[in-house]
Design a protein around this ligand. Sequence first.
Ligand SMILES: *[C@@H]1O[C@H](CO)[C@@H](O)[C@H](O)[C@H]1NC(C)=O
Ligand SMILES: *[C@@H]1O[C@H](CO)[C@@H](O)[C@H](O)[C@H]1NC(C)=O
Length: 301
Amino acid sequence: MAIQQRTAFFILFFSISYIPSLAVILRTTDKTVWANEFETIELTCLIESISTNNPRIEWKKIKKGVVSYVYFQNRISGDLEHRAQLREPANLLILNTSRSDTAEYRCEVAAIDDQRDFDEILISLAVRVKPVVPRCSVPVAVTVGTSSELHCLENEGFPAPQYSWFHDNEELPLDPKNSIKFINSSYTINSDTGGLKFRRVRKEDAGEYYCQAKNDAGYSQCPPQKMEVYDVDILGIFLKSFGAVVAVICVTVGVCHAHKHGCFSSKDQEGNNYKLPAQDDGVDYGDADEGHFRHKSSFVI
Ligand SMILES: *[C@@H]1O[C@H](CO)[C@@H](O)[C@H](O)[C@H]1NC(C)=O
Ligand SMILES: *[C@@H]1O[C@H](CO)[C@@H](O)[C@H](O)[C@H]1NC(C)=O
């Protein structure tokens, strides 16, 4: 701020007094620069006025409060060593930008023959990073009428991506109410967090889902995953199988019960009890019926 005011003051001073410039004054075309990762970007440090022939030019990188040299003693150093060049008059050209280049860069020019012999300019560079394939979670099977939530997450993209969801390759509008096709669907999409939430799943919501994470650097999407929607029938099937389990338990309990009775009534006939099934398998059902009847009567209990 103070520097800007000083610069303004000098501009004002020299334009009013018509004295030839004796100050080094810098200017940039962009104080906030966005670049896509792996592309080339030029940070401009233009010299508005200078009287010194060989000014000392330096570039520094300021990241999280740590200052390091980028251009010092006429050469590029640090992590930009083989990726940057100085271009006339004092611009910094960064080749193949990396996400780690996101920082503030300060161009400093010292001109000893000028009255005002120093100026600097701060430029902030943000390197956009294309999202990688997001992690998506889609439930394999849900029951009609229940709620369901699908998730999508991507952590690399910069700035943070916006999420959208696709159902059978068709993008789901943010609000189903705005679409003829999805008007009856109960979903909501949170494009910041990647959540796709169904309040009440319908049969029509079944299908393949995938999510897309997108920012200014590009987009990526996860492979489609199938979500099946079952009728309430599944409940019936479940109850039937549950009933079967109960029946099996009853039979088991019943058999045990009957067996117990058998044990109590004829403890000394234990040996004969083993032969009873063999008798049941025989052609003569006359005696066996009695045994069956006993079993049946114990079912009723
Ligand atoms: C750019 O940098 C990345 C690493 O950040 C490297 O993998 C890639 O090969 C580089 N590309 C070129 C053209 O130098
Ligand atoms: C939505 O529901 C209404 C009323 O139940 C029905 O008339 C209409 O056909 C449905 N639309 C779609 C696209 O399913």
